[in-house]
Structure formats: C-alpha cells, structure tokens
Design a protein around this ligand. Sequence first.
Ligand code: SAH
Length: 216
Amino acid sequence: MPIVQEPPEKMTFQLSLRRRGISDQAVLRAMEAIPRDVFVEPADRAYAWRDSALGIACGQTISQPFVVAYMTEQLQLQKHHRVLEIGTGSGYQAAILSRLCGHVLSIERYRTLADSARARLEKLGCNNVEVLLGDGFDIPAGAGNFDRIMVTAAMELVPEALTQRLEPGGILIAPVGPHQGTQTLIRLTRTEAGLERKALVDVRFVPALPGIAREL
Ligand code: SAH
C-alpha cells in the first residue's frame, strides 16, 4: 500500500486550533475529519491547512479555520439541532456543522457558489445539509425555526426577522459591524427574559448583501 503523505501543515492544524483555545473535542474531531483542501480553489490547495482565509469564486472568501472552529464551538451544538447558516460560500463551515447537528439549511446568494458547495457536500456524504440559493435577509416562511443560526457574512445589524427564527434557548452568532473593516462576533441567546447579547471577538467578514446575486 502506498504511504499517503499528509502535508506537514495538516499535522499542525489541530495543534494550532488547540493552542488558540479550541477545547471542544467534538469540534476538533469535525475539523480533523473535513478535508479543507476540497473547499479551496485548486490553485490554493497547498495553503488549505494554513490558518488563514482564502479567496473563492465570486469575490468571496472561505473563513480562517480558527474562526470556523471558534464560531462552531460557541454554538454549543447538539445532535438533534436544526441549524441555519447564512452564507454557504465554499460549503466548508456547513460541512463542519453537519458533523455536529441534525440538519443544516445553508443559504447562499450566488448560484455558482451554492451549486459547487452542494456538489462538494454531496460527494463528502454530508447528506444532512441542504444548500439553498436565496437571501439570508428573506428566509422562506416554510423554512421554520432553528435551534442555532450562524451568519458568516458581516451584518450592520442583526435583523429582527432573523432573531424571530430562533427557538427558545436558541443561539445565533454573527459578525456585526461596518461592511468595511472590522466587525465584532456577537452571540445572541433567546432566553425567557428576551435576547441575551454577548460580544465575543473581533473578526473580518465579507459583507452580507440583500437579494440573490444577479451575477452568477
Ligand atoms: N461560510 C463560508 C464562507 C462565507 S463568505 C465558507 O465556509 O466557505 C460569506 C458568504 O455569504 C459569501 O459566499 C456571500 O456570497 C454570502 N452572502 C452574503 N450575503 C448573503 C445573503 N444575504 N444571503 C445569503 N448569502 C449571502
């Protein structure tokens, strides 16, 4: 049998996530199991295991692995959860979520991205993920409510239409702030007393824009 050589950066991948404070074993296992190199542009394969964001089609980005792991950990996922992701992009974050919950609905406004993410997720056997071409600011009424919501594009404000989709006890995490520059990762928890808000860390995401993209 040929010995498959793992890139040295893949070996330090877990270590660097742990060093940066990711401690949830299930999250670490999901990060280990999902091959990030499948989700990056072919020309970037050699950089797939570095802890940095990379460009993908349509001028968008696949997030930095630490941020993916951190946001996932903050959601405190359980196996029965129904999760909504806004901003499918490459599909990488959706693949990580799919290992840790019951069902993921992921919405993307670019058809090209939605189609290629769907194909990758199918190939990897992530069959509890549904990728929808649509607008995260205008979620179909029939989609119902969610135990967890993760927004992976920068929003100036979290719309009430979105927080209304949270089940009691539900958690939403989103980068909130100006489209240009830095945003703050905000965690909202629906409690009996209302929405509890916690500011987590500073991040940089591409903007969340309204409507389905007219370009492919
Ligand atoms: N989670 C992705 C990275 C997200 S990049 C990954 O793992 O690769 C942010 C994505 O959000 C982009 O693909 C962008 O097109 C999408 N987006 C921006 N505004 C949106 C909206 N209103 N509805 C759905 N997707 C949106």
